[in-house]
Each structure stands twice: as C-alpha cells, then as structure tokens.
Design a binder for this molecule. Sequence first.
Ligand code: PGA
Length: 275
Amino acid sequence: MSLSKDLYSILMALARKKIISANWKMHITASQVLPYLTVFLSEMTVMEAVEVILIPPFTSLPKASEIVQATSHTRTLPLRLGAQNISSHEKGAFTGEIAAMMLCDLKVDCVLIGHSERRQLFGENNKIIHEKMMRAHDHHLSPILCVGETWDERSLGKEKKILEQQLREALCNLSRDQIARTIIAYEPVWAIGTGQTASLDQAEEMHSFIRGMISECSDETTAQHIRIQYGGSVTPLNAKEMLSGPNIDGALVGGASLDPHSFAEIVKHASNFST
Ligand code: PGA
C-alpha cells in the first residue's frame, strides 16, 4: 500500500525530532559555563525526544565539552556540542583560525556555517561557506547551515531567490549523505536580535520552500528527513507557536539562550511537540 504524499509528509514531520540550539555568540566565559549548565540541567527532566545543541564561544568549548561528556551517561536529554565557526583550511599558517580537527578533538559534533553575522560583518560569501561545508563534512561534523534574507531583499520580493542561491551554492557537490547530515537554520536577517520575529506563516512558507530545494539538490526522502530550524528573536513567549509549524523542526536561539531559565523554557515547549 502506498501512502499519499500529504500523509507521508505529516508522518515525517512527526518523526523529525525537534532540535533546539543555543547560540551564545560572544557571551558566557569559560568560568560561567558550569553555573549556567547547573541551572539549565536542573530544570530538565527526561526529554529524549528533543535534541539540544550548545554553541559556546571557542574559549568556553573545553569546559562545555567536559560537562556534556560527564552528563552523557546520566541524563536522557541528548546534549550536543557545536562551534560558532570553522576554518575552511585543514591546518597551517592561519593566525586566529580554528581547524575542524581541533573541534573534533573537543568532541564537538556540529558547527554553525554561514551565520548572517559572519556573512555581513566578516565578509563570508557563498564560496567560502561552501568550502567550510566541505571541510566540516570531511571531518564528520554536522554543519548548521544558516540562510536568510535581509529586510530589503524581502521588500523587493527576492527572499526565495536569495535562499535558493545560498542553498545551491552551499550544498552543490555535497553527496546525499552529507546533505542528510546537514541541519538548516532559516534565519531572516531582519529578525535576528531585533525582537521582530517572523510570523508562523512566513516561517512555514520559507521552511517548506527550503525543503523543496533540498529535494531538488538531493531527493524527496532526504528533504523529508532533514531538520530545518527557525532562528530570529525566538523567546519563551513565541517559541510554542513557532514550533507548532509542521516544517519547523526546532529553533536556533541567540539572546534568549543566555539565560538558562528562558532557554530551558524553550526546550520544554519543544518537548511538548515530541511524539
Ligand atoms: P536571536 O539570535 O535569537 O538573538 O535573534 C539568533 C541567531 O543569531 O542565531
């Protein structure tokens, strides 16, 4: 018996585990990691149906890694560790850069690539982003590929065109397995750190467009499996509504992740959507 495409999509949406990431940006020093995680973990009960990714700044990664390792056998909340950036180079004379193998050495297993702050403030273009994607996959790190349009691009009706270009250029030449291991974060630039979150309809439309693009770049099965997070002013107040979208598989949280209580609240909202 073959399932209709709509029913298949609904079943796949239920099967995709929500994934909530804390992008601490340039906040939370190494000595603040333990107090933060002590509070955060004390608010978590058994939640194996949600995945949480902590994305500290580089200097806080060793401490976060130590705690994630120590709690991995005792807790059922799957905690993963991510980095905020990666060098496109393997190793060598690149002062100030961080290589993929340095991240792997700290048991980091995912990495943000193409965040709009890197694109806008540090001149990262789609070519560099593609090179970083390849480097991450060479080392079996899961990239969290950030895509999103500016307000000007949206006002001109170009939001899908921009996303298409960002996705095609970042994902071209990747194998189906590599695409399947990638997490996508749709982050409209105008919603990041502004308090102006996208509406659920706007986010759903873009997430479903992204899924369609993934299907073109790989296949329908990969498109239905891949997880697409929403990012941009997610807070405990709007998380419940935002996470209710069938194509919204989680959130990439910046400002609201700096407070362990509010981040815990967002994770709890996500757990309510788990099967
Ligand atoms: P924000 O940041 O939640 O503070 O808007 C999100 C991000 O930049 O990933």
